[in-house]
Unconditional design. Sequence first.
Lengths: 576, 576, 283, 283
Amino acid sequence: MRDDEIIIRVAGAAGDGVQSAGQIIAKTFSRKGLNVMTYNYYQDIVRGGQSWYQVRASGGKVRSQGDGLDILIALNKDGVERHTNPDINEGGASPLSGIAIFDKSISGYTERKVTYVPMPLSDLASKHSSFALMKNTVAIGAAMAATGVDFDTLSSVILDVFGKKGKVSEQNVSAAKEGYDYYLSNHKPTGKKLSFGSKRKYLIGGGEAIGLGAVRGGLKMYIGYPMTPASSALHYLAAHARDFGVFVKIPEDEISAINMTIGANYAGARAMTGSSGGGFSLMVEALGLAGMMEIPIVIYESQRPGPSTGLPTKTEQGDLNLVLGASQGDFPRIVLSPRDARDCINLTSEAMNLAQEYQTPVIIMSDLYLSEHNETVDSIDPEFRIDDGRRPVDGEKDYKRYLITESGISPRAIPGQKGLMHNEDSDEHDEYGDVVSDAETDPTKRVAMMDKRMRKLDTLLRKMPPTETYMLADAEYAVIQWGSTAGVTEEAIDILRGKGHRIGAIKVNRVFPVNPDIGKLCSGKKKIIVVENNYSGQFNRLLKAELGLKTVLVRKYNGEAFYPSELAAMIEVKIW
Amino acid sequence: MRDDEIIIRVAGAAGDGVQSAGQIIAKTFSRKGLNVMTYNYYQDIVRGGQSWYQVRASGGKVRSQGDGLDILIALNKDGVERHTNPDINEGGASPLSGIAIFDKSISGYTERKVTYVPMPLSDLASKHSSFALMKNTVAIGAAMAATGVDFDTLSSVILDVFGKKGKVSEQNVSAAKEGYDYYLSNHKPTGKKLSFGSKRKYLIGGGEAIGLGAVRGGLKMYIGYPMTPASSALHYLAAHARDFGVFVKIPEDEISAINMTIGANYAGARAMTGSSGGGFSLMVEALGLAGMMEIPIVIYESQRPGPSTGLPTKTEQGDLNLVLGASQGDFPRIVLSPRDARDCINLTSEAMNLAQEYQTPVIIMSDLYLSEHNETVDSIDPEFRIDDGRRPVDGEKDYKRYLITESGISPRAIPGQKGLMHNEDSDEHDEYGDVVSDAETDPTKRVAMMDKRMRKLDTLLRKMPPTETYMLADAEYAVIQWGSTAGVTEEAIDILRGKGHRIGAIKVNRVFPVNPDIGKLCSGKKKIIVVENNYSGQFNRLLKAELGLKTVLVRKYNGEAFYPSELAAMIEVKIW
Amino acid sequence: MVTVNDYSGKIRPDWCPACGNFAQLSAIKNALAELKIEPENAVVVSGIGCSSNLPEFIRAYGFHGLHGRLLPVASAVKWANRKLTVIGYGGDGDGFFEGTQHFFHTAKRNVDLTYIVSDNQIFGLTTGQASPTSEIGFISKTTPDGNIEKPVNPMTFALSAGATFVARSFSGDPKHLQEVIKKGIQHKGFSFIDVFSPCVTFNKTNTYDYFRKRVYKYEAKDPSNFEEAYRAVQEWGDRIPIGIFYQVKSQSYEDLDPVTAEETPLAERPYRKLKPEDFEEFL
Amino acid sequence: MVTVNDYSGKIRPDWCPACGNFAQLSAIKNALAELKIEPENAVVVSGIGCSSNLPEFIRAYGFHGLHGRLLPVASAVKWANRKLTVIGYGGDGDGFFEGTQHFFHTAKRNVDLTYIVSDNQIFGLTTGQASPTSEIGFISKTTPDGNIEKPVNPMTFALSAGATFVARSFSGDPKHLQEVIKKGIQHKGFSFIDVFSPCVTFNKTNTYDYFRKRVYKYEAKDPSNFEEAYRAVQEWGDRIPIGIFYQVKSQSYEDLDPVTAEETPLAERPYRKLKPEDFEEFL
Ligand SMILES: Cc1ncc(C[n+]2csc(CCOP(=O)(O)OP(=O)(O)O)c2C)c(N)n1
Ligand SMILES: Cc1ncc(C[n+]2csc(CCOP(=O)(O)OP(=O)(O)O)c2C)c(N)n1
Ligand code: SF4
Ligand code: SF4
Ligand SMILES: [Mg+2]
Ligand SMILES: [Mg+2]
């Protein structure tokens, strides 16, 4: 662990306020101009059980939840015990090697080689409020003191977080101050040298970033049925619906959600839906409808471990086969998989345009890891060029909704446009939209329409930006990853480079259609290692099917994300 | 075209009785001990349009609808015109080169090099009945006379077909006799030398064969929502429900259908559902449920061209990606794809056992071509060994529903069994079935359960019979096909062999998991040609992903099945 | 001036001659023309079934979607552009089996659209299986021994769901049909119209004759009286009432939601430009 | 002798302390024990939601399936083995949103099972979004400005669907709850019981207090009188009735279908051996 970075973990049971405490710490750091990433480890339960929230911060790059643990705030005894125990694998996270802060009433834990800081958290809190969770604020104060953050920044965060609550807000500031001062008077700081910056950074969750990117991309309707981990985008948009002028609706089921999304886009309002694998499964039939009718839609698919209900609060990248295979027959689809919060914003805005331009479904694949964790971004560009794609003018003569073109893209009229009335059909149709299968099937027209639709993928591929890489130029070994594992893969590459391995990475965030440049980037490499957070290597299979690559697979499917050193070790085994 | 085979086509509009006429002809031939295959070309319309029904019969092998046309029965002028015109591509079928039988009132058609046999069909019919469709029977009589079938066999078929209707039945026999005698007195027979046999053959449709195979495999409940081309199985089973003791139910939707199928199997009654791609799309979520809970289910998926509603009365093999990708996460599934009616019976019975043995979804993929066409089989074995898979005994101590075993298969208790009460869960669970994600996720148990479930595929692969081949031993070139294209591929191979090409075929009817022996069978071949009835080569992609094969693709996606000479030509281009 | 000819499609309907759907096609075209709605502002959304082929045969914006899913599509079309007149048209299988949940919730939401069901008490397109409105004892390909499941009463369903306009008509009475459809379109909110529409090919029980003998025109004393309506729609057997059973004023969903409530249709509003203040909460 | 202990599961319920689901778990266990149903003959089928975790906590055959899909599973379990006592248990989101169509058609079919909905007027497990029974104005993560959609009335829904037993109870009244559940299980046919079940964590409106102030015990004069029942269940506001509103005798689906009607459960019947005569039709 580097001296200019810190990892703080708050641990307790569901209902203990673990997440709120962690978020205050994260925001304090982001206001201090540090790069921050948080990690939320929780269970499918509303009260009890065990959960924790980790904050990693540094003046340098922060690309994953990181290895190591400097400060533990334990809200119960179990927390002290678990996170200091090197034998318990807390979802792959490292045990504490630094300071453990907890209430002095907690005792009887196994003593280990860490600095125990039992504090009168409750006593200090009760000076200001009888509210039980107030003791967390005291602990936060202590932790911030330990890291050398000035109290003003912390208090500004507390005031913003509890803002509306007036008195509660003040009490929390006082409680934090108690903890802050107590720690400074009685204990030593961590000795970390964090390079604070002068510019506050944006701290944003992946789901919020998706929502924000969509609005910037012209979103007018978001229709979705709640499902973890896609709900964070839904909640963000619902909270801002009036302000953003976005119509937000929770319908009776996901089938309705996608059909509504199709209807809205058909009628000219940019619309999007979102769910996790289970809800997406219910959208499969209508996905093909959008493909056949050539109606733009954007679907946000945030993965969690399956099969079925699986592990609802854990992470996995196991829905790629589903997304690629969804719906009968062949039709063009575009699959994007953002790497981080910034990418969530950018790719989602772009997805909104791509759907309109190519008049076909665009699926944004995220996962719990990315959708539910907060990250800093330096800046957010409010500008984005919205492109409504090819539209005919009112009254155009002999209007053909499905005009056969070289690009595969036809002019799309919107209900309300004069003189362009036509039928859009889920049955195979001709250029006018008239069905070719009722009285007499026309095999030639069928083929022409299939070809036209599928040509859109060629058009897209021609315009696709080159796939990004990391340290690949001189590399003997290439790692290929997709989506949210980009950051941790980079960190693993750094570790392996540090050990003298010539290794680099190909970072895929445009998953389908597969960019042929990936094949070229691989050529000459000694070994190609595909990294995936799933059992069967679904992306690996895609690469083999599309590019005929020979690869080896590094996979993890226990519900947790990769950790940098763990991933480095897993890759190292493959290149020895 | 061989001298010992005949192809007869009945053409007209929907509602003209095309199909019934064709079926009488087919059955007459099967009773004469010939091998028969029929082909039904129809539209998504109840009246009007154009449709035709073709019967191919021979004493030798009949493996597809065949090339060529010996006798046309045209029920309207359009029929005469189309099927004699070499420029109109009737879905790939050859134009007539022999005899055209039609009512003498039809006139004004373009004269071509065929033998026109205008007959007083209506006049002859009206001697016996005023029912308009009776003239079809006269035409059938004529056609049978032309092929040299004895009248008794024809009349036995007519009596059976119209059996219940008493008088109508007799009238039809008389009408057929009129046509039969008229033809013999006024026209020449075809000169074909059909080697009639003494043993009647079974003439059965693919859908019926699926239903029959299921019943033989222990089916107790069939729950399905109607959808072409899966409905033929549903109708067959509904008609025989009481006799077979099978509970048949049409529920509100396909989601209900599959969840009911799961519930029935869970409670110990072998159950099956069926649909086409659109309905299967709605079953995607619950497919994963069965995979996760390890509940046996059998799904009959009969493909038609997509995307979406597509071409509802045409054929395609475009749902493989859907079936393979269906539902989030990884879980074992078994995909079978029968080649012909016999295979429909056998693989479906086997599927019923496989589902029980492996406690996981088994999907039988057919297509409109196979599901809706009739074919002869020499014999049907009523015997089949039913195996209920691994079951615990009542009161077993410390019963573990999901016991971790080497085979991946655990003992499955059925509600009602004493002392074996347990919970089955769509959430990830432990050996007892208890959820591992509520209070505290256990990553180790998660991995153990994933591994256990997926091991079932290894167990299955170990027991999988070798993949069948055709003329492969000495072949330089290998064609790989899956499902219903087996027959036409064999015929194409024969044609190509006739031209001196050393070519053979690998015939896959167990699609997933992919049998590794396919890779071995391909080794040393100059070229591997994958034949598919779809746009993107979905099976080809599977072979590349699983076996890393280098292949070339022969595909057809205009809604029609391959014809032997057409397929031979398409393959020949690839091997030149 | 809008005339019925403006609504004439170029494709000839492919229904069997005398199918009940023809009368409905005419009635819809006539009603739209009489209401002076321009074809470019009319959207007909359908499902899958014989009846659902209708959008192919009318010169308006047509959406021939998925079996059972027309109402979510139709609702969203209205939300996206509240200036449009939206008509949902489908079969009894489509609406009362595959689309049950959408029917219920769309009615409850009171989205301003007109939902017409061509109720032939059978699956037509798939060549004759019992449907959710098939009577007990009805023989079909899937009920060879006679249907044993009670038919849905679409009227009580719609009433319980909260539909604000509930009516029934008959393809054998084109004038009545057209009048009811016209009133349905004029009604602000969710209008449901169940139409007895004989399938002359597969349903040999519920024929034109069957209904001609039974239907009579019902006039509600007070169309806003729910109890009266609920009682009236339960009459079945020798006498079957047709007419408008229930109609009340109530705000439509798009009037209630502040985002859709604004006058300019959502689809026509300019895109919302982001400003730095929009991200401030993340600082 | 069956006792309630026979139904004690080894897993401690993971619901929030004081969650309304606890009372229902006890009531179900007690009712089953009092009815002397052996645990091996009881099957509890659930969906997904806090409430739907229940099968994990009872020693019976448990099926914790998919969100909204418990009724098709439960129906088929009954059809496969009519000797089993089948209980469906799920949330209001589960039953009245995702599972709307199944609720309607299962009720109409009158499958002999007991369907209990833990109605907390919110999505609990997904941490607090408005549900189909949330009241107008209800504030939640998805309705920050207050819910604008009318709540479903599960009672009129069930009545219109044709349920033969329609009741309501309250987790705050364990005795009443247990009695109603017991009667529901005893009822032959589809029994529907909606239970007010406060979500103490996310629903700060519909609390125990809220209901304690309002609920009163309703006694139907004639439980077979549909109109009376339909009227009674519409009362809402200061006074909310609980009790059995409707109950009639009617044949269950599995009694009507000749295949399931036979005494030996389908699952226990020997496999039908095929005979050559079975293929004769193809000759
Ligand atoms: C998801 C799905 N399931 C099944 C079908 C097959 N299908 C097409 S139309 C139809 C039923 C038609 O009946 P109805 O809705 O009453 O319309 P009608 O033809 O009688 O007008 C069915 C089951 C389908 N197209 N999609
Ligand atoms: C198909 C699908 N959509 C969404 C979800 C996410 N989800 C889980 S529980 C739930 C709602 C819970 O509400 P309710 O049914 O009322 O049960 P409660 O938790 O209140 O008991 C949702 C939307 C899911 N599991 N599956
Ligand atoms: S089958 Fe019936 S519903 Fe369909 S077009 Fe013909 S008459 Fe009309
Ligand atoms: S969140 Fe609500 S419904 Fe869920 S367990 Fe807690 S109190 Fe019960
Ligand atoms: Mg119908
Ligand atoms: Mg709830």
